[in-house]
Design a protein around this ligand. Sequence first.
Ligand code: AMP
Length: 397
Amino acid sequence: MMKIKKLNDFNFKGKIAIIRVDFNVPLDENLRITDSTRIDLGIKSIDHVISNGGKCIIMSHLGRPKGNGYEKDYSLKNILKYLSRKLNKDVLLIDQYFKDDFSIGGFLNERDVVLLENLRFYSEEKENDLNFAKKLASMADIYVNNAFGTCHRAHASTNSIIKFSKNYCIGDLVNDELNNINKVLFDENKPFTAILGGAKVSDKINVIEKLIDLVDNIIIGGAMANTFIKSKGGNIGKSLFEEDNISVANSLIRKAEKQNVKIYLPEDLVCSKSIDDFNTKIFNSYDLPDEYSGFDVGYKSINTFKEVIKRSKKIIWNGPMGVFEIDAFSKGTFEICNSVTEATKKGAFSLVGGGDSVSAVKKNNKENNISFISTGGGALLEYISNGTLPSLELLNN
Ligand code: AMP
């Protein structure tokens, strides 16, 4: 990680920077931005380049277009006005940039900013196509990766482009992410507690395995916990779980025991007969009636989890404690959110990452009470698991 270059290692005066950002913001049915955080966080690096007298080409993906050309719903035109307002200058949207005769260098003046149309309108982007990457790299003098959330993907604009760029570095957002993730993982402060939730154990096996080497406590909630409870012989009724991962859950429990890491599973669950039945009952999580499913952690679990979080000096949280999108099953997630913010106020360092946990924090208006909100979901988990990400590896050369 030591060799990776930062914005400050370059003089951008008169130079063209091509910056990979993550402006994949949510849009409503009228194609208006509903949460501008990703754009807001990307502005600083663009400002850095243009205030240095540089010229900026910005590139991003937006949504999931088919990859065979323009689709109105996924056009970056939808964010152009907002971006221009934030930068306080007109930004030009450029399409057709993959054509043979396309060249941009001559048209850009110092401090100009242009935005390339959605990279994923070209299938070559996700295919990590060498010609596409070469074309992107050829437009600029310096490549800047400022899209942490996509650093785990080998796409043309995050991966192969580096092979064709003479100069490259990370932007301020990626730099902040790395500093804060390394801080939560490796600072000496203890106890260190990881809170993991969501539906799938399969996505999180590697990360749990790695965290067992680093943390004192692991709190597991969400449907993920059901697989662990089942592996301990509990009756989880009709609750969601992963049959294929029962033995994995069991071996993770044994690894944690060996290393004196405490795994906290829910003692009780808020249950109902189906997800749209709000006639809820609380049952012992190891003894659900056959016709019931657990959709959230219960009061006893919340209290135990809160005690653990309260004592923690470092906290990392990824994944909801239940089906938090539905009010009747959201209490566990919101109580955990409160508890993490309380611990933070008392001096703990907290890092929250992953779409669902971040949206729970935002719904609760607690963004300012968390030490660091990561923009990475998959990227965050993969970075923790492997200590690096494919794009960062290339940028490190
Ligand atoms: P993941 O993508 O694995 O992080 O899972 C996130 C999803 O898990 C959210 O949409 C939650 O609604 C869902 N989830 C959390 N707990 C449960 C549960 N007990 N039963 C069913 N779905 C759940």
